[in-house]
Design a protein around this ligand. Structure first.
Ligand code: BG6
Ligand code: MG
Length: 214
């Protein structure tokens, strides 16, 4: 194994809950109640793709103008929720893994669908730890398409088969698998379907796990 690619929302910071909160508010405006099980299917998807799913579940059709307004409103709500993020919000195990990678000379990249990724990493104070950042502004295809991870590996100059991807979403795990990378699913009290390995949190991964893979 020669590189790590981290997803952002739900892996580095617990912002997945704020995406859900924001989409629930938007959905309510359509008179639709977004369920947690449905939200699991939204994780990892781009903002636009998420709205398309919600509209199809709600069986509602709106025009381009309204779509744009919804996307803006969702992001406004979301940005309100993440406004006070700080170093304190970095999830357990993240710093340990970053330090381990540095010690072993393993480069790390970010592979996220979010267009807010740079801002969030800045708030957390760890933007400079990532050699490469691929986010929603540098991709055109939403996970489960492997574009985001393949781009990361390509810029790092590492063969995809030698990359470990940390993901909390079904779409993201499928994207990593399609890229032929080693998918590590992170899911508290459960498992992510199709993930090659599963752990409750990043903090639960013993460093020997990586020693064995390396
Ligand atoms: C992903 C989240 O990381 O980013 C999705 O899992 C979200 O829920 C997507 O829709 C896009 O994020 P943003 O910040 O550009 O709206
Ligand atoms: Mg995620």
């Amino acid at each position: 194994m020669r590189a790590f690619i981290f997803d952002l929302d739900g892996i580095i910071v617990d912002t997945a809950k704020y995406h859900f909160k924001s989409w629930r508010i938007i959905s309510k405006n359509f008179g639709f109640e977004l369920l947690e099980t449905q939200n699991e299917l939204l994780k990892g998807l781009s903002r636009e793709e998420s709205l398309e799913r919600i509209l199809s579940w709600a069986e509602i059709s709106i025009d381009e103008f309204e779509r744009k307004k919804c996307l803006e409103k969702k992001n406004e709500l979301y940005k309100g929720f993440i406004n006070n993020l700080s170093q304190m919000d970095i999830l357990p195990g993240v710093i340990k893994l970053i330090n381990f990678a540095a010690l072993k000379g393993i480069p790390i990249a970010l592979g996220s669908a979010s267009k807010n990724a740079h801002q969030i990493l800045k708030k957390l104070g760890i933007e400079n730890k990532f050699k490469v950042i691929i986010d929603g502004n540098s991709t055109s295809k939403s996970k489960p398409h492997p574009e985001v991870f393949l781009k990361g590996a390509q810029i790092l100059g590492i063969n995809p088969e030698q990359v470990i991807v940390f993901e909390d979403s079904i779409a993201g795990v499928n994207a990593a698998n399609k890229a032929k990378m080693v998918s590590v699913g992170i899911c508290k009290g459960g498992k992510i379907e199709n993930a090659r390995f599963n752990f409750n949190s990043l903090d639960d991964i013993p460093l020997e796990f990586f020693e064995n893979l390396i």
